[in-house]
Ligand binder design. Structure first.
Ligand code: SAM
Ligand code: SF4
Length: 332
């Protein structure tokens, strides 16, 4: 049975946050100090995560699972979870696609282990190629490790490795072309992300958003681009370089919201089910999991939550309300 919302959109992608903690403090995500972490007892166990994922895959045909956080690689024994999720099968016998979004700090040591555990795809966040700026943006001196981690991911057989770069005006917008060149030279798809109002420090302002149109015009002025048609439900719009040197993506959540094609739902690390990154409400699956809820009961709650999914976020409306939780607490 498909999970269909009230606007006819079918859920195919479950984003699972495995932790709210992180070894970085990116300025557009977390403050340097003062985050309140969930208690260990509040975080779903691997068995609890598997149970929800199994329901979504086997019963509802969800064919894409993405692990995120916080920083997912700080969760102990992550490969064990990946291995378990890799055993799940859709009704037609296919394995769901399993992906990971990571800051890449430890990837040089764990890329092959993740691959062997059954991870299919990897996205690494990288907002600057300059060590001093990387330090300023992430508050960690880790650029060399992240770059090495990306290369190690390629060696481990991840193809394509994608790089996510949040572009913030005044912070790193002068590196758009450098990041594009990095992708071209290393056969990596760079995906530029518009800065979203989900930072814990509440410093987001519309004028700090570098829009998709600006990003594409900066790159295409040097390297002519052709739009790759039909995004489907994927969040990124894509362009290919006319000279054949790869593809870029832009995730234009603010300037060109793509809610009409959304096929995503989310599970926070403390077991709250969310139908949108920007949703202001959540459905408590952890309580059901821990009080003997049957699969049928959990499935019914998921169906009802998806049925109530809104048409889309309101970032561009005057009545936009920021969700109580921030990006790292929800799972980006
Ligand atoms: N820690 C991992 C990482 O950084 O890749 C995974 C979690 S992180 C919250 C997921 C993605 O959200 C990253 O690509 C990050 O750059 C992006 N992100 C975080 N805060 C953001 C914001 N305010 N606006 C846009 N993207 C943001
Ligand atoms: Fe950590 Fe990712 Fe947030 Fe950066 S964006 S602070 S790496 S969770």
């Amino acid at each position: 049975m498909d999970l269909v919302d009230g606007f006819g959109r079918v859920v195919r992608d479950l984003r699972i946050s495995v932790t709210d903690r992180c070894n970085f403090r990116c300025t557009y995500c977390m403050p340097e100090e003062g985050m309140t972490w969930l208690d260990r007892s509040e975080i779903l166990t691997f068995e609890e995560i598997e149970r929800i994922a199994q329901l979504c895959v086997e019963r509802f045909g969800v064919d894409s699972l993405r692990l995120t956080g916080g920083e997912p690689t700080v969760r102990a024994h992550l490969p064990r979870l990946i291995h378990k999720l890799g055993q799940l099968r859709l009704a037609n016998g296919d394995k769901p696609d399993i992906a990971l979004t990571t800051n890449g700090a430890t990837l040089r040591n764990i890329a092959s282990e993740l691959r062997e555990a059954g991870l299919d795809r990897i996205n690494v966040s990288l907002d600057s190629l300059r060590a001093d700026r990387f330090l300023a943006m992430t508050r960690r001196d880790e650029l060399h490790n992240v770059l090495a981690g990306i290369q190690e991911a390629k060696h481990a057989g991840f193809h394509p490795v994608k790089v996510n770069a949040v572009i913030e005006r005044g912070a790193n917008d002068d590196e758009i072309l450098d990041l594009a060149n990095y992708g071209r030279d290393n056969n990596i798809e760079v995906r530029f992300i518009e800065f979203m109002p989900l930072d814990a420090s509440n410093e987001w302002e519309r004028k700090k958003v570098v829009t998709q149109d600006e990003i594409v015009s900066i790159i295409s002025a040097v390297y002519p681009l052709t739009s790759v048609p039909a995004r489907g439900a994927a969040p990124a719009d894509r362009w290919s370089y006319n000279d054949g040197k790869g593809v870029i993506g832009v995730i234009p959540s603010v300037s060109h919201p793509f809610c009409g094609d959304c096929d995503r739902v989310r599970l926070t690390s403390d077991g709250q089910f969310r139908t949108c990154l920007f949703a202001t409400d959540e459905t408590d699956l952890r309580h059901l999991l821990r009080t003997g809820g049957t699969d049928d009961e959990i499935a019914e709650v998921i169906v009802n939550a998806v049925g109530a999914k809104w048409a889309g976020h309101q970032i561009n409306q005057v009545n936009f309300i920021r969700p109580k939780r921030t990006m790292s607490q929800i799972g980006g």
